[in-house]
Design a protein around this ligand. Structure first.
Ligand SMILES: Nc1ncnc2c1ncn2[C@@H]1O[C@H](COP(=O)(O)OP(=O)(O)OP(=O)(O)O)[C@@H](O)[C@H]1O
Ligand SMILES: [Mg+2]
Length: 265
């Protein structure tokens, strides 16, 4: 590598714009490009997604900085541990899992060399396709059962982000999530697309056993809690229960009135 390229690379790394893994390789390893380019493209209606509080696509709303800070913190831990997959859950319904999942996914994808995959595995109330306004919404049930291929299940939004959407609620979601095909199907997804970050939007965890059933498939989990709604008791129970199953990356306090404006910028 010549000196200018080396200097540029070091600058990008300092600014977290380039993902370099501990073995020294950068993301987008060879061999995965072909399938990635076969994924059908999703066209995003920027106005529509902004109305649904997705701020990291347009990046004009100052809330985007909050997600970028979260992204950088997460990326640092993921890189230190060589982790790639993150589950996102909450104690109860409506805490903002889908909003955090989508905003985080696009925040990661704003790092041009961070290939990001977001999969809607809230099989009871799937909303990712709806929030993004996807023209075509697939079935994660068919995907997890091995009835639909990756290119029939995920849509690409631009160069380095793909989204697995789900058209309808699934009966017996927990059984499907721990079904015999699910783990090998997800391993195959990781091998074929080689995402640097793989995010799963999951259901709330106090309502059913979907989350606990699914956790063996991920490296870590984020708990999204809603200010003024989630109780300390709920957060405590969820954290303990998650910690028994996987690595708890942290708790995101959503719907909080107090932002970081006081720090200027
Ligand atoms: N930080 C926020 N500020 C304002 N509104 C928010 C915020 N986070 C989420 N919302 C709104 O709250 C509602 C619920 O959010 P979202 O669908 O992301 O929650 P969820 O946890 O995925 O819900 P469910 O349990 O139904 O899947 C949505 O209308 C969303 O736009
Ligand atoms: Mg949701």
């Amino acid at each position: 590598m010549d000196r200018i390229t080396q200097a540029a690379r070091e600058k990008l790394e300092r600014e977290s714009a380039l993902v370099t893994f501990p073995d020294g390789t950068m993301s987008h390893s060879a061999g995965n490009g072909e399938l990635w380019t076969k994924l059908p493209q999703m066209t995003l209606d920027r106005k529509r997604v902004a109305q649904r509080r997705i701020v990291t696509i347009d990046r004009t709303d100052k809330a985007t900085f909050t997600f970028d800070i979260l992204r950088t913190k997460i990326l640092k831990i993921m890189r230190q541990n060589n982790w790639t997959s993150i589950a996102i859950t909450s104690p109860t319904q409506g805490c903002g899992k889908t909003l955090v999942s989508i905003n985080l996914a696009f925040s990661f994808a704003n790092l041009k060399d961070c290939r990001t995959v977001l999969v809607d595995l809230d099989l009871r109330r799937p909303q990712v396709g709806n929030v993004l306004g996807a023209e075509k919404i697939y079935s994660m049930e068919r995907f997890l059962k091995g009835e639909a291929a990756i290119e029939e299940s995920l849509l690409r939004c631009g160069e380095n982000i793909a989204v697995g959407t789900n058209s309808h609620p699934v009966s017996y979601a927990a059984e499907l999530l721990q079904g015999p095909n699910t783990a090998p199907i997800l391993t195959n997804l990781k091998e074929k697309l080689k995402p640097d970050i793989l995010l799963f939007d999951l259901p709330p965890m106090l309502a059913n056993d979907d989350v606990i059933a699914f956790l063996p498939n991920v490296d870590c989990v984020i708990l999204v809690v809603a200010a003024e709604t989630s109780t300390l008791g709920e957060v405590d129970v969820c954290e303990r229960s998650l910690a028994q199953e996987t690595n708890v990356l942290g708790v995101v306090l959503n719907k909080c009135e107090h932002g970081p404006e006081k720090y200027g910028y």
